[in-house]
Design a protein around this ligand. Structure first.
Ligand SMILES: Nc1ncnc2c1ncn2[C@@H]1O[C@H](COP(=O)(O)OP(=O)(O)OP(=O)(O)O)[C@@H](O)[C@H]1O
Ligand SMILES: [Mg+2]
Length: 580
């Protein structure tokens, strides 16, 4: 779990350097704060010593005013330091969050299948938060505390070497004790967070599964596990609480011992006539000041460990590279685009083949109906066309150009994909149509919906384009697909891919989909994974996939009229078998 100095450096350079002005200002405030903290006991010392002489009233008043001024100034500087720390830390971590989010969105689909959304959230939020804490507390707490400690020791050595030596020994001793104690208590804390995480995971799972739990009459078992977990939680929580209690008590004890020792040392030196009474008080004051930075430092050590782990994980994530990269860029012809597969072989993993040696050509403007049993590779084939995955072997051409030569945005701009389960986003109908692009005018949206034959559907929306949609807004799979059709229409797509919803649609929606598909097919190439006989009957060509192979491909009418073909057989015996 070691983080190289280089990783810290890279991170600090990337995210702190751009705001170096602010960081410099922050350094000034931290230095100022420390300086003012150090100067306060000196003023008090002069005050006591002057007061002892019984004269110099004006000096006393000046010193009192100075003390007030310094105390006030220190508060102001400390607030400014806090403000700038938060500002610096948040600016840096927000930039990092944005970079990570962009990076994750660009990573291959295979990466996202291997890593759960929860894990991504933990990286982009949890780890970055750790890092933010590190950036903010590190600067103020660690740097500030170290400065303060060193400052106090330097001042004391200057004053009286025996005092300096005594304090140095005290600091070393307390650091050792506190670090030891901290290390003892850490496992208890870790056990506590583990049991908490288990508890919340358990609750989440059971709450989402509440329907099944009730139906299966499993409440007693769930409750039993719940009791077990709470009992475990209690014991872990109590031990952790005890550990932290011991830690704080030791802190207090050290404080008391330190103060007493400083008074004893002061008394001894005073009797030795080495120092004045004011200096005795100053020693005592410094002793009370020294404990805080020590305990802070030991606390921050743990933060540092968290941050190191986070930096490692973030570094790993940022170094994960996409294998699907932009090509040099090609110019696609306007209008419908041809699709060509040339000996394409593909599998999601090395050992498994989902598509085997697929070759076919679909001329511009033609519509292809893709049939095949579930798991035969239909969806996978369409994913390859827009490079959600790259095939292991073979070439795919769109509009006559190898798709690997195109840039990804160009390629995906020219392909309109309507998936089986269209994802609706929490937002208005407008947002869902434009995918949050504010440049698309309402006028254009109305045109598109009318053109797709969705005028009446659109008119029935309660708030028009402002109607709010949610992930489960009651829109049927078919209606969601209609929305996705409109998305396709808004882009210069030359190829449309439709993975028909396999669920049953009501007759009205089905007719709207057919009409919309006809409009789209008018000047585009279309591949449709058909689940309905009516759709099958509208396409020009039929291709049947079986276990990753092309079993049959040809002109629909020709296949239908030839009794030896599989398609002919399917039409006769019913398509249910393959259109499930
Ligand atoms: N993301 C994935 N990772 C690994 N394997 C996958 C992935 N998606 C699909 N598969 C596997 O690839 C094979 C082909 O799946 P695909 O989704 O292409 O079939 P399909 O013909 O579209 O089926 P359906 O009619 O059920 O939609 C199946 O064996 C499936 O389990
Ligand atoms: Mg599928």
């Amino acid at each position: 779990m070691n983080v190289s100095l280089r990783q810290y450096q890279d991170l600090l350079a990337s995210y702190l350097w751009p705001q170096r002005g602010r960081v410099a200002l922050l350094a000034v405030f931290i230095l100022g704060n420390t300086g003012l903290l150090l100067v306060t006991p000196q003023i008090l010392r002069s005050f006591i010593d002057t007061a002892q002489t019984g004269q110099g009233f004006t000096t006393l008043v000046t010193l009192a005013l100075l003390f007030g001024g310094v105390a006030l100034g220190q508060q102001v500087v400390s607030v400014l330091a806090t403000y700038f720390t938060e500002r610096v830390a948040w600016t840096a971590t927000n930039a990092l969050r944005a970079d990570l989010a962009r990076h994750c969105l660009g990573l291959d689909m295979s990466f996202h299948h291997e890593h759960t959304p929860g894990e991504m959230i933990e990286r982009v939020d949890g780890d970055v938060n750790n890092l933010g804490n590190f950036l903010s507390t590190f600067t103020v707490q660690i740097v500030g505390s170290c400065l303060l400690l060193v400052g106090i020791l330097v001042l004391l050595y200057r004053e009286e070497w025996r005092a300096g030596l005594g304090f140095t020994l005290f600091v070393l001793l307390s650091v050792t004790v506190l670090v030891r104690l901290r290390n003892i208590s850490v496992p208890y804390w870790r056990a506590r967070s583990e049991v908490r995480a288990n508890m919340f995971g358990f609750l989440e799972e059971r709450l989402t599964g509440t329907e099944d739990i009730r139906a299966a009459n499993a409440q007693p078992y769930v409750l039993r596990r719940f009791y077990e977990l709470t009992r475990e939680w209690m014991s872990k929580e109590m031990r952790a609480g005890l550990a932290i209690g011991v830690f704080w008590n030791t802190n207090e004890t050290i404080w008391a011992v330190g103060s007493a020792a400083s008074l004893a040392l002061g008394a001894y030196l005073f009797l030795d006539e080495a120092i004045t009474l004011g200096t005795v008080y100053m020693l005592f004051h410094y002793a009370t000041m020294v404990v805080q930075p020590i305990s802070r430092l030991t606390q921050e050590l743990e933060q540092l460990q968290h941050a190191s782990a986070s930096i490692l994980r973030l570094g790993e994530l940022l170094h994960t590279r996409s294998t699907i990269l932009d090509g040099a860029g090609v110019a696609y012809p306007a209008g419908a685009l041809s699709v060509e597969f040339d000996n394409v072989t593909f599998g999601y993993h090395r050992e498994q083949t989902v598509l085997q040696d697929i070759s076919f050509r679909l001329a511009p403007g033609r519509t292809l109906g893709l049939l095949g049993r579930t798991g035969s590779g239909k969806t996978s084939l369409t994913r390859l066309v827009c490079r959600l995955y790259d095939p292991q072997d073979g070439t795919i051409r769109l509009g006559g150009q190898d798709i690997r030569h195109s840039t990804l945005p160009d390629l995906r701009d020219r392909i309109g994909m309507v998936t089986q389960n269209v994802q609706l986003f929490h937002g208005t109908v407008r947002d869902n149509l434009t995918l949050f692009d504010p440049d698309i005018s309402d006028e254009r949206l109305r045109e598109v919906t009318a053109e797709l034959g969705l005028g009446s559907w659109y008119a029935a929306l309660p708030d028009g384009l402002d109607t709010l949609l949610a992930q489960d807004s009651g829109l049927s799979a078919g209606e969601a697909q209609l929305l996705a059709f409109a998305r396709v229409f808004l882009r210069p797509a030359g190829l449309v891919i439709l993975d028909e919803a396999s669920s049953r649609l009501d007759r009205g929606t089905e007719r709207l989909i057919e009409r919309a598909l006809d409009r789209l097919a008018a000047d585009r190439t279309v591949i449709v994974i058909a689940h309905r006989l009516t759709t099958v009957q509208r396409v020009d060509e039929i291709m049947i996939l079986e276990d990753g192979f092309i079993q049959e491909h040809g002109d629909r009418q020709r296949l239908a009229s030839d009794p030896r073909t599989r398609f002919h057989g399917l039409l006769r015996t019913g398509l249910e078998e393959v259109l499930a």
